[in-house]
Design a protein around this ligand. Structure first.
Ligand code: PEP
Length: 260
């Protein structure tokens, strides 16, 4: 982290009902409200966004949807539009999570289309990239991530890029308890920064936030967050308990404070 504000984001996936989500959101808001040097974000299910978005609107907590559609409205049964999300008071969205890509058939093109549409509509976007285990074993990780990023970045204006955060999430490390080593993660983050610089200019390459995701926990957060090019974390499992999520946020706050 060089002079960037760390972002600690929790992806709750398809967990917690309305009551459980609201309770956890309150505990996170309460437990992180004194942190001045980082941003904290939670991403509950669609069904909980309305209540959490409204009840916590006066807190510093950022709230994101886990997905969106790229059309304004229409015959898309089961889908959610950005206007619907915005009406809950939420203006962040996670797009292109590897589970969306692998389980719901979202190609690089669909992910890029959603990201473009969300940024055009002034949403803040966490756009996810990352390679599978097979791709890493074949040493194709840079090629894969480069293609994902090229597709996302090629059509974005300077103004749109301002609201884009990248999350590097090696698929083999998500929910598996296997974490990329700090060196593996840093190497890829540096590579991502280089690609962003090449496509969008050096200033954007330096300023863009790049989160690491993949079994981040209280145990490994400090080492990961201390890497030069890691600007925060996207956390699945450990974001479902206030103790671990707020604890990781506290580690990030300390690092941010130290690095001034
Ligand atoms: C995720 O879902 O984005 C994630 C990184 O999950 P976990 O922290 O459980 O690996």
């Amino acid at each position: 982290m060089i002079g960037r504000r760390l972002l600690i984001a929790g992806n709750w996936k398809m967990n917690l009902d309305l009551y459980g989500s609201y309770q956890l959101a309150k505990m996170v808001a309460e437990g992180t409200k004194s942190f001045e040097n980082i941003d904290v974000l939670i991403s509950p299910s669609f069904i909980s966004l309305g209540v959490i978005g409204q009840k916590l609107k006066d807190t510093e907590l950022l709230i994101a949807a886990q997905n969106c559609h790229y059309e304004e409205s229409g015959a898309f049964t089961g889908e959610i539009s950005l206007d619907m999300i915005r009406s809950t008071g939420v203006n962040w969205v996670i797009i292109g999570h590897s589970e969306r890509r692998a389980l719901f058939g979202e190609s690089d093109e669909i992910v890029a289309k959603k990201i473009k549409y969300a940024l055009l509509n002034r949403f803040h976007v966490i756009g996810c990239v990352g390679e599978s285990l097979e791709q890493r074993e074949n040493r194709e990780q840079e090629e894969v991530v480069q293609k994902q990023l090229d597709t996302i970045l090629r059509d974005l204006s300077e103004g749109e890029l301002e609201n884009l955060v990248i999350a590097y999430e090696p698929v083999w490390a998500i929910g598996t308890g296997k974490t990329a080593t700090p060196e593996q993660a840093e190497e890829m983050h540096e590579f991502i920064r280089k690609i962003v610089s090449k496509i969008a200019g050096e200033d954007r390459g330096k300023s863009i936030l790049i989160l690491y995701g993949g079994s981040v926990s209280l145990r490994n957060a400090e080492e990961l967050l201390n890497q030069t090019d890691i600007d925060g974390a996207l956390i699945g499992g450990a974001s479902l308990e206030a103790e671990s999520f707020n604890g990781i946020a506290a580690i990030a706050e300390d690092i941010s404070k130290e690095q001034g």
